[in-house]
Design a protein around this ligand. Structure first.
Ligand SMILES: [Zn+2]
Length: 390
């Protein structure tokens, strides 16, 4: 086994020679539609990575689910080591509908790669896979390294959350391959988020003939929207956004029903408790007589809160990045990810370690091609140093 600086150099050299292979794999998986609700597509992306791992002699296993994409796990074992594994995380699902990959397949223009999920986060999956392969090829890992590729992150990981928590709890550190920021920075902190479906029930009546018999669910929802938006405290990092509304039956009927989708964001677990309590009060309080309401949680992301351990990890990563020719800092973002789940079980976690990209979730999403190899090298160095306790 090669160790220390020699191992790093061997691994980084191996990666440097593989940009073409990395791009070829990225093209293949970007061109497979894999929206969160497209289980067949999400699993097809998983099968492609399982084949990659098999080609590199890395064993894989699956955790199967009925509704969402299965969880793929690849482990580079380290016989004789009693270290806990380092965990490389990533998701295979995208926010795009079926047919998107056919409409705008993978392409490279002026050093930027485009296509659905190219940065968020098929680029990060390719980086994770090649880092594992590089460590395997050079027999360089001083401890076990696990890559976990899940399939439902964009909808709050309803299937994968418990698997992520289990793998993270067993790991000594977690690196999540979400896209690097457009600045090149990685993510050291993220907000938590809750998606709610709010339903308001009223009573239908002819709004000309029997107005007084009705109870307008839309009228009640309007009060609730104003009260919900008033919970926003920008300086504290708390935001409430009613993103969609729907309701009513006809123009001349008092609305028997109305609903809204609500996005709550917060920074700390304490804020979460107070925010949820305030929302419960607003939902339970009716301003329009004869109406009532309820809400259901549709997604629940925990915040990525920095810890002394994750700050040490950040220092390790920054040095690893510098040695790979990258100037990188930590950045806070309001966007949520699976990193919140791994951090919440007490495992030091860094996020945004994938290739540099931007405009995620839009047709303009791009990935900087030149960042692919150096980000892989920085991650490989960080994994090696993390395992060696440096
Ligand atoms: Zn993502």
């Amino acid at each position: 086994m090669t160790r220390g600086a020699e191992a790093e150099e061997a691994v980084c050299r191996w990666l440097a020679e593989r940009e073409g292979e990395m791009l070829a794999l990225l093209e293949e998986v970007v061109n497979i539609d894999s929206g969160s609700y497209d289980k067949a597509g999400v699993d097809a992306v998983g099968e492609r990575f399982a084949r990659f791992f098999a080609d590199h002699g890395i064993p894989t296993s699956w955790r199967r689910g009925d509704t969402y994409g299965d969880a793929l796990r690849a482990e580079l074992a380290s016989p004789g080591s009693n270290l806990k594994p380092v965990l490389l995380m990533g998701h295979r699902d995208t926010v795009f509908p079926k047919g998107e990959a056919g409409r705008r397949p993978f392409k490279i223009v002026d050093g930027r790669a485009y296509g659905p999920g190219v940065a968020d986060m098929k680029g990060g999956l390719v980086v994770n896979a090649f880092v594992l392969a590089a460590l395997a090829a050079q027999d360089a890992a001083p401890g076990p390294v696990v890559a976990l590729m899940t399939g439902d992150e964009e909808i709050g990981s309803p299937f994968s959350r418990s698997i992520i928590e289990e793998e993270a709890a067993a790991a000594r550190a977690a690196f999540n391959g979400e896209p690097g920021r457009a600045s090149g920075n990685i993510v050291s902190g993220r907000k938590g988020g809750i998606f709610l479906l709010l339903e308001v029930f009223g009573k239908a009546a002819h709004s000309g003939a029997n107005f007084a018999d009705g109870a307008s669910a839309i009228g009640e929802l309007a009060h609730k929207i104003v009260a919900l938006h008033a919970l926003t405290e920008l300086e504290a990092g708390i935001t409430v956004n009613v993103g969609t509304v729907r309701g009513g039956q006809s123009v001349n009927t008092t609305a028997p029903f109305a609903e809204a989708e609500v996005d709550l964001r917060y920074v700390t677990p304490q804020q979460r408790a107070a925010l949820v309590a305030a929302v419960e009060r607003i939902v339970a309080t009716s301003t329009v007589p004869g109406t009532h309401a309820r809400f259901a949680t549709r997604g629940d992301f925990l915040p990525l809160v920095a810890s002394p351990e994750s700050e040490r990890m950040m220092a390790t990563y920054k040095a690893a990045a510098a040695d790979s020719g990258l100037a990188v800092d930590g950045e806070f973002t309001g966007g949520c990810s699976d990193a919140g789940f791994s951090a919440a079980v007490g495992t030091p976690t860094l996020c945004g370690l994938g290739p540099v990209g931007g405009k995620a979730h839009s047709p303009e999403e791009y990935m900087e091609v030149a960042s692919l190899v150096p980000r892989a090298q920085a991650l490989a160095r960080a994994v090696l140093r993390c395992e060696a306790g440096r």
